[in-house]
Design a protein around this ligand. Structure first.
Ligand SMILES: Cc1cc2nc3c(=O)[nH]c(=O)nc-3n(C[C@H](O)[C@H](O)[C@H](O)COP(=O)(O)O)c2cc1C
Length: 388
């Protein structure tokens, strides 16, 4: 018998990324929405991420089996129940002060990893607590100071972190027009805050209930634990070019899993693979860094042809649904991450927004059923075409 769908616990009007985006736009202040929603330039790269994924067609097979599809995958020596997890996103306390632990907790309950940004509003320790002792995958903007690097590595080892993910696609400060205009590149000035807060009283009440915005993972290395001092540390010490030379040094220091986030060129993917990294994240940072960046749908096939099977390939940028996650896998990814989709839901619904993970999982299952596959391994046997 075919099993009925287990629906996520979401209000009926939240069924897709567009609904969560609209909910976020209505609930959080403009400066926070522009920070979350914006790309760079004219948002051409951001839109290309979605439009190129939309072109990926997969031809379903007719099968007799009513066996439920298995959405599980193995990566970094662990078995997970889904082929996707939350991407590292900074300053998430701006969307809702308690969304970090809520998303981490739901990830653990669903058998998924959770990827925590170095610039997150939650400390690694608090996320481990929310995940009942399981450490997150930990992203870094890797500082230039060797003592700080060594301290971070010792701290991560002591916390039992197994996967670290330095991001290499922020070589310098970027001029993101929408955040500049909204006054949200950095902590907004008081008059912007005051105006936006008056217009969003429910958000303001959530913020008052706390915890207060902070960047706790950076606080030990900044001049003080204040947000402006932590931001100064991030901009001055961690926003810098990173290439294979820096990563090779880190490879020598870190014996856990090392995953490089922000790889686009085939040559870079090969160079990282050759120095023994455990994975790469093919990503254009959700279209936030370079408006001319190719979409990840276009980048994946040549990168997969060069390094698939030699290092794990994770993909993000433009995943709006379970179908999109399946498309990324069919294009050559081993695993997928979601950025805006998750945090539009957090901004729209607070902790309850974590049910977006249940929705994604449901979508992956329904798409697999429709495609006639029982495991994600079978995906590679299905015919794929790219429409014009
Ligand atoms: C508001 C926002 C903040 C982000 N902060 C970080 C960060 O701190 N570290 C990082 O490596 N990537 C960061 N990213 C990029 C995401 O990890 C991810 O690559 C991107 O969101 C994927 O695209 P998508 O939003 O279309 O899913 C951020 C993205 C957004 C939207």
């Amino acid at each position: 018998m075919v099993q009925p769908l287990e629906k996520p616990d979401l209000p009926a009007r939240y069924a897709s990324l567009a609904d969560f985006r609209e909910g976020a736009r209505r609930r959080i202040p403009n400066f926070a929405f522009e920070y979350l929603d914006g790309g760079i330039g004219r948002d051409v790269g951001l839109q290309r991420n979605y439009s190129e994924l939309d072109k990926v067609m997969i031809t379903p097979r007719n099968v007799d089996s009513t066996q439920a599809p298995q959405t599980g995958v193995e990566i970094f020596d662990e078995s997970y129940s889904t082929p996707f997890c939350v991407a590292p996103v900074g300053f998430i306390g701006l969307f809702h002060p308690r969304c970090g632990p809520a998303f981490a907790k739901r990830s653990k309950e669903l058998g998924m990893p959770f990827c925590l940004s170095f610039a997150s509003s939650s400390s690694t320790e608090s996320i481990i607590e929310a995940m009942d002792g399981t450490p997150p995958w930990q992203q870094f903007y890797w500082p230039d100071d060797e003592d700080v690097q060594d301290d971070i590595i010792a701290r991560m080892k002591a916390l039992g972190v197994k996967v670290i993910m330095p991001t290499v696609d922020i070589p310098g400060f970027q001029w993101r027009e929408r955040t500049v205009r909204a006054g949200s590149s950095g902590m907004p000035p008081w008059h912007v805050l005051a105006r936006d807060i008056i217009q969003r009283p429910r958000w303001a009440l959530d913020m008052l209930r706390g915890p207060r915005p902070a960047l706790p993972n950076m606080a030990p290395y900044a001049k003080s634990a204040s947000v402006p001092d932590c931001e100064a540390f991030l901009v001055e010490r961690c926003t810098r070019p990173m290439g294979v030379g820096e990563i090779a040094k880190l490879r020598d220091k870190w014996d856990g899993k090392l995953v490089i986030k922000g790889v686009m060129a085939v040559e870079d993917a090969e160079a990282y693979t050759n120095i023994g990294v455990d994975g790469i994240v093919v990503s254009n940072h959700g279209g936030r860094q370079l408006d001319a960046a190719p979409s990840v749908a276009e980048l994946l096939p040549p990168i997969a042809a060069a390094v698939k099977g030699k290092t794990a390939i994770i993909a993000d940028s433009g995943v709006a649904s379970g179908l999109d996650a399946i498309r990324m896998l069919r294009l050559g990814a081993d695993y997928v991450m979601i950025g805006r989709l998750a945090f539009y839901a957090a901004a729209a619904l607070g902790p309850q927004g974590a049910q977006v993970l249940d929705l994604m999982k449901l979508q992956v299952k329904t798409v697999m059923t429709q495609l006639g596959i029982r495991s994600l391994d079978e995906l590679k046997d299905l015919k794929m075409d790219i429409s014009n």
